[in-house]
Ligand binder design. Sequence first.
Ligand code: SF4
Length: 403
Amino acid sequence: MKKQKVRHKTILIPWFTDFLSPLIPAIAELAGYKFVNCPKTSKTSAEIGLKYGNNEVCYPATLVLGDLIAELQTGKYDLHNVAVAITQTGGQCRATNYLALIKQGLKNAGLGHIPTIAVALGGVYQNKQKDFKLPVFKIFNIVLHAFFFGDILNQIFSAAVVREKEKGKSQQLFDFYMDEARKIVLENKSKKFFQLLENAVNDFNSLKIEDKKLEKVGLIGEIFVKYNSYGQAHITNWLRGQGIEVETPPMTSFFMQAFINQAVNRKNGINRISRLMLNWFPLFYRVLNNRLKKFEKIAQPSRFYHPHEDIFEIAGHAKKIIDLANQFGEGWLLAGEVAGFAQRGINRIVCIQPFGCIANHIVAKGIERRLKQFYPETNLLYLDIDGGMAEVNLHNRLHFLIR
Ligand code: SF4
């Protein structure tokens, strides 16, 4: 791949979640690349992913592969001027191997010549892509602010949509603000996100809502299926339809756990991070956390926003249950999130586990008994999700949880 060529290619990226995916093409444009989102994940994604992928891999990998191949097969793209991309977080589970899985899947579909790109702000594993480089310093602030904005907007929307008197109003506001966010990204004016959030808070505060106390369900589990509507078999919408408020922890915690993990790994002798870097991490944490606090302060007057615990507090809860060296999948975060919900009196918790995800089976189902010792009131429902499941079975089990 030559740099020049990649810059001129259309780069397809799978749909992830409604509060971040719409902003990805704008961020990429700022970075000098043309990204196009695949349509939202659907049954077709699962079918095509199973057809061309290894059907023993974890379910999110199947969906991501299916999204990409389905879009490539539409005939909309010049197959010699297109590439595919996925975000890469790395870590101790199969997420690190998605690139290899996608390359094999593309090959199986007769599309093996299409370049595959890993999108990461840090290092990239298993891929030679010297000509794809993100201008990190140029986009860092805008990515950070867009991420905090989307994450908080999603929290506000989730609490508002289940209370709104005029059906569809919250969704309209959500879509409007995501579109405004997209424009700000293109302008690369990160500070404008503060004002945008303030406007969003005010607009959501003026929605007409039902004045009643709602039952809450906490939703935790693997990151892709939790935040992707099809990946989680639309159970959030189903629960809302039953008059239940669904609270999903902010995605911010997933990334902030890196600040705990690097120190734990160094102590355990399983990473080679230098002492210099180790000293730099707390500073970086403070910068990010201060920025997050600024967004949270703006969100404070919201009738719908509930500020979330700092990652160090979450880790403090988690380490009573599970060693913090457990970092595969969502790692110890799941234990910390259950504890956080339990302490706020949210005792009904659904944990979504994708087919093939040994990582999250261990750090979720595997610690059930211990969680129950600490939080006996908690009612945990583990739902396994895969490409061939019957939604009626999921709903049946959810009925038992909420009745
Ligand atoms: S957490 Fe589980 S489902 Fe997600 S990428 Fe890792 S192994 Fe796959």
